[in-house]
Ligand binder design. Structure first.
Ligand code: SER
Length: 320
């Protein structure tokens, strides 16, 4: 029987992933963990452990105590926060990854998932339809840590026979938690501010084109890549995956179809340079052809769902 550990279960992706893993494999077979408390739904449904991924001993104890067979390791500092605290981010993102990978190797954990990112690419990478294999010279702390991580998971898979799987997430859009610390976060914040105040101050220029994906697609593809027989995987490091690309201006226009009075003001900050170094769109044909990946949510559908769900969430919070 599978026993799954989610590290980073209180974060944006961790929240939705934990809930869906529970739906598919049974809540009793999933252990949620993070340094901070998770949403009420996660806390109510799952066994929850407070853990810092830098504490390898506690991690080992937890894996043994629960008889863990599979790990989703999502605990990390995102791109914006990493630029503000470079050495801390390197430590959390790399030492955290090593702690988990070594335990996967030494404790015979069957499978591990670790997310990479479009941040592995840099200013010298072809910007449009960025291929699976291309020039990779990231110039952000987060991107450097993700590229190093990709190389290391491949090394572990080849030299130690571990089964660590990965995809390069684009910006992920969802409503269950508010995003935190990333460069693509504007595409989540904008909905909360649009519904709350009818206005959003955007920290990116209106024409900043970035690859994005709706959470439900991201979760489906993540669980799918973990479910496949190992022989089907042709990439030993991390797969390009994509769904849609848009700019803040295009997103604001789509939001206005639902909230006609919505206004947006552009005040680019340090995150503009991060966004400028990343691809505008991703060629994910390797994942599509070889793994049958396809996205289901485009921009208009995502916007409709986000406005509805964010409005309901904020309404519930008011009455709670
Ligand atoms: N969404 C992430 C960020 O903006 C990129 O992987 O940091």
């Amino acid at each position: 029987m599978k026993k799954i550990l989610v590290l980073g279960a209180s974060g944006q992706i961790g929240t939705d992933l934990t809930l869906e893993l529970g739906n598919r494999f049974g809540d009793a077979n999933v252990v949620a963990s993070d340094m901070k408390i998770a949403t009420d739904e996660v806390m109510d449904r799952f066994t929850f452990e407070f853990i810092d991924v830098l504490n390898k001993h506690k991690l080992e104890e937890l894996i043994e105590r629960h008889g863990i067979t599979e790990i989703y390791h999502l605990a990390a500092l995102l791109s914006g926060r990493s630029e503000q605290k470079p050495m801390f981010a390197w430590d959390v993102n790399m030492r955290g990854l090593f702690n988990v990978m070594e335990l996967v190797r030494d404790k015979g954990i069957e499978r591990m998932f670790w997310p990479s990112s479009i941040a592995v690419f840099g200013p010298s990478t072809p910007k449009h339809m960025t291929p699976q294999k291309t020039i990779m010279e990231p110039n952000t702390v987060y991107g450097i840590s993700k590229l190093a991580g990709e190389r290391w998971i491949e090394y572990f898979n080849v030299h130690y026979g571990t089964d660590i799987r990965s995809v390069r997430y684009p910006g992920i859009i969802s409503y269950k938690t508010e995003a935190g610390g990333g460069t693509t976060d504007y595409a989540v914040e904008i909905f909360f501010e649009a519904v709350r105040n009818g206005h959003y101050d955007c920290y990116l220029r209106p024409d900043t084109l970035l690859p994005m994906m709706y959470m439900e697609d991201a979760i489906r593809l993540t669980i799918d890549i973990m479910d496949r027989p190992k022989a089907e995987l042709t990439v030993n490091s991390s797969y390009n995956v994509a769904a849609m690309s848009f700019t803040p201006e295009q997103l604001a226009e789509e939001i206005r179809k639902h909230l006609p009075h919505f206004t947006i003001r552009y005040q680019p900050d340090f995150r503009q340079a991060i966004a400028d170094s990343w691809p505008a769109s991703i060629d994910d044909s390797v994942a599509r052809q070889r793994r049958g990946w396809h996205h289901e949510f485009d921009m208009p559908r995502m916007v409709e769902i986000m406005i509805r769900e964010v409005a309901q969430k904020l309404e519930r919070e008011k009455t709670d």
